[in-house]
Design a protein around this ligand. Sequence first.
Ligand SMILES: [Zn+2]
Length: 120
Amino acid sequence: MHELSLANGMLKTVINAAQNQNAKKIKSIKLEMGEILLVNPEQLIFCFDVISKGTIAEGAKIEITFLKPRIRCNSCDKEFNISSEKDFPLLSIVCKCGSKDVKIMTGREFNIKSIKIEES
Ligand SMILES: [Zn+2]
């Protein structure tokens, strides 16, 4: 399950960061997620809640900012945004010039932007 491995990596990262600052508890976590990462945010939060039980990240609030996908056309060099819902599946993305030779620049990010901690 994709969400579980992401949640696992996230938990390790935030606990490391928090311990470096002598935190006794992680209060909240800010995430940035690309809209075409194909991750279900509710499932991610659910997984995180489950695996963070008994750690300093237990009960941390997770805030997610979604990033719009950005596409670049290899034929005419133009960049454009897609609205993820409408343009799925990705294989069907066509540039205004008619080319299907496009590259996904952004939209698959998964970044932990910041965490809020309670210092000990
Ligand atoms: Zn084009």
